[in-house]
Design a binder for this molecule. Structure first.
Ligand SMILES: Nc1ncnc2c1ncn2[C@@H]1O[C@H](COP(=O)(O)OP(=O)(O)O)[C@@H](O)[C@H]1O
Ligand code: SF4
Ligand SMILES: [Mg+2]
Length: 331
């Protein structure tokens, strides 16, 4: 079975030019450039949940924002159903913005505190013309039901809900637009662990029943493993490994994926102990190393790694970007 990808991300780069400090301006030093994404290659298949993991500062949110159209990439392309979406304008931009919905860590900041849940949902439904007349009210009830909030929730304000309930309201508002794809950036990271599970399980259920495509960005590997069909590991703004969740977590190929998983708390509490951190520091995205972005921290780095950036190619059950993918111990 070969399906066409819903999203194809091709050689995507995003640089931010930092404002110059006064001292730098006086000394005529060049502006600093942050390379947040450096040639991301990624296919997202329709109906899958793709986890995106990597250390803080690796570019996960920037990638999510580019896909959701909130950042315009500096170079490269994003294809949605085969059509480039980077330069979309007008009605086509609005149609894309409806079909790809971004959800944030704290819906409290994106929910208007002076609007009841009903008003917020009605607004979302009518702005995009999803329903009209009496159907709008019925749709509000349906949405609350989908995210398991009681009917009485409709006439309350955001501050009257707990964090987990607010996250459900955020999901309901995203679903109001009947999206094809949800981009969840650290959706539950701010919630208590017990509440995280409820929200994540709800998301998985909705993904399944509504056939949604979900990009699940998170730094918590256990959550990602639980929800994702496939997982992409990102390092300094590039995908270094991608593959089916089970094999990738059991037998990661790329030395960075191995280090990232080894540094994470064990899934089995009996085996939980202090884990070694990944050797060395994350290089600054102001100064991305040439060659393999991981070579300064990699125990297997050879001469070629300092010169040539490895491309993603078949390795293990998926793809990995490492010159020595086949030759590594245990590969
Ligand atoms: N608007 C911005 N202006 C300047 N630098 C940014 C901006 N957004 C992100 N960055 C930088 O890009 C890099 C990647 O950030 P981000 O995508 O937020 O990573 P993550 O979500 O993986 O923690 C970081 O170095 C961050 O400081
Ligand atoms: S390409 Fe070289 S430096 Fe990069 S991960 Fe592989 S062995 Fe390590
Ligand atoms: Mg982030």
């Amino acid at each position: 079975m070969s399906l066409a990808p819903l999203l194809s991300i091709r050689d995507l780069s995003m640089r931010f030019t930092k404002p110059r400090s006064l001292a730098d301006a006086v000394a005529r030093r060049p502006r600093k450039v942050v390379s947040a994404l450096n040639g991301v290659e990624l296919d997202v298949m329709p109906g899958e949940t793709l986890g995106i993991v990597g250390e803080s500062g690796c570019g996960k949110s920037t990638l999510a924002r580019c896909i959701a159209g909130l950042n315009r990439p500096t170079a490269g392309d994003i294809l949605f159903e085969g059509e480039s979406v980077v330069g979309l304008k007008g009605a086509r931009r609005r149609a894309y913005n409806r079909r790809v919905q971004m959800m944030f860590q704290d819906p409290y900041t994106s929910l208007n505190p002076r609007m009841t849940v009903r008003d917020a949902l009605e607004e979302a439904i009518t702005v995009h013309g999803m329903r009209s007349g009496a159907a709008v009210g019925r749709r509000v009830e349906e949405l609350l039901d989908l995210v398991r909030l009681p009917e009485g929730a409709a006439d309350k304000y955001p501050h009257e809900f707990s964090g987990g309930q607010r996250q459900r309201i955020g999901i309901a508002r995203a679903l109001a637009l009947e999206p094809t794809c949800l981009v969840a950036d650290e959706l539950v990271s701010a919630l208590d662990v017990s509440v995280q599970a409820q929200v994540v399980n709800l998301l998985m259920e909705l993904q399944d029943t509504l056939g949604l495509t979900v990009l699940f960005v998170a730094h918590d590997l256990r959550l990602v493993r639980h929800v994702s069909h496939r997982v992409a590991v990102i390092y300094l703004g590039a995908i270094v490994e991608i593959g089916p969740s089970g094999p990738l977590f059991a037998n990661p190929v790329h030395p960075y994926s191995r280090a990232l998983l080894a540094a994470a708390p064990s899934l089995d509490p009996a085996k939980r102990r202090r884990k070694p951190a990944i050797a060395g520091e994350l290089p600054s995205p102001l100064d991305v190393p040439p060659g393999c972005p991981f070579h300064l921290r990699c125990p297997h780095a050879g001469e070629i790694c300092r010169r040539e950036k490895p491309a993603l190619r078949p390795a293990g059950a998926g793809l990995a970007a490492c010159h020595f993918a086949e030759a590594l111990p245990g590969a």
